[in-house]
Design a protein around this ligand. Structure first.
Ligand SMILES: [Fe+2]
Length: 307
């Protein structure tokens, strides 16, 4: 079976490395949610993409803050970058997105996978959203399907649909770097869970095998790191070669059934992420809070005994 998007991404990585015109990646790590936000830019044109930006949220008080996002803005301004893209690898369940704040301050189009419509259907029901909540992805500026080609300045990029953790997950291959979202973690930590509504361990395995078909030298940037046992620093960059040979859950030689059994057993032991309910309500709206109530205050809902 031909896989044209993967073949295109593979060729793009090799061509980028041969040319030496690789994108610059600067990462901001949020220790409160273990999230890596990446700013990717083309050093020749200073055009940039921001991937998975974080809006700080204190659950106890219900307060948002922009401390993390403002660090990203300061970097963009200091480097003189022009932001074209605000890319979400998926609708995150562990942090709120700062994409609307960054768009207002820096510009750029907010992008997510086209299957966000499925996520909106599922969670529209969970939160009993009325007809005012559109389930067609229209809150985002652009929905990308598998193989969607774009560019960051003069650097070619392509989206790969890598479902399993969620139905809408995308990996973005930008030059010689792939931003894998929640598919793979560091090789010593393994893989993302696949038990959220719409998730599937078998589908995740197939998506990971697809990513592992990229060239070994492809730089891999993660969305999260949780410090594996025995490691005392956060790390968010590795390579496809390292993942292929050493990922503790899914290195070469681990079969699909073996992976699914491991993943499902492990997922059964995991609690819900602390911020899943606020995060999903906001992120399924492209990072916008729900409309204010009649008193002008915005509210987030908690379904009781549902999840
Ligand atoms: Fe996630």
């Amino acid at each position: 079976m031909s896989d044209q998007p993967l073949a295109t991404a593979h060729a793009q990585v090799l061509a980028t490395r041969a040319s030496g015109a690789v994108p610059v990646v600067t990462t901001f790590f949020d220790e409160a949610t273990f999230t890596a936000t990446h700013v990717v830019h083309d050093p020749a044109t200073l055009r940039a993409a921001i991937i998975d930006p974080v809006l700080d949220f204190d659950q106890a008080s219900g307060r948002t803050s922009r401390v993390s996002a403002d660090k990203v803005i300061a970097h963009v301004e200091a480097e003189g970058l022009t932001v074209d893209w605000l890319l979400e690898t998926h609708a995150h369940a562990d942090h709120l997105s700062a994409a609307p704040h960054l768009k207002e301050r820096l510009g750029g189009q907010i992008v997510i996978g086209a299957a966000i419509r499925t996520v909106q259907e599922v969670f529209g029901k969970v939160f009993n959203e009325g007809p005012a909540f559109a389930r067609n992805g229209s809150q985002f500026d652009l929905l990308m399907d598998d193989g969607h080609a774009f560019s960051v300045g003069g650097i070619e990029a392509i989206a790969l649909h890598v479902p399993g953790h969620t139905p809408a997950c995308l990996a973005f291959v930008i030059g010689d770097a792939v931003f894998v979202g929640d598919t793979l973690f560091m090789p010593d930590y393994g893989t993302a869970r696949a038990d959220f509504p719409g998730g599937d361990a078998r589908t995740l395995y197939r998506s990971i095998r697809r990513l592992m078909a990229l060239p070994d030298e492809t730089r891999v940037f993660l969305c999260h790191d949780y410090k594996a046992t025995g490691r005392d620093q956060f790390v968010w960059e590795t390579t496809i070669g390292a993942q292929r040979t050493a990922n503790v859950h899914v290195h070469e030689g681990v079969g699909e059934d073996q992976f699914v059994a491991m993943r499902e057993a492990r997922d059964a032991t995991l609690g819900m992420p602390k911020l899943i309910l606020p995060s999903i309500q906001v992120n399924m709206r492209a990072g916008h809070l729900p409309e204010p109530d009649s008193n002008g205050v915005r509210y987030l809902r908690l379904p009781v005994d549902l999840l």
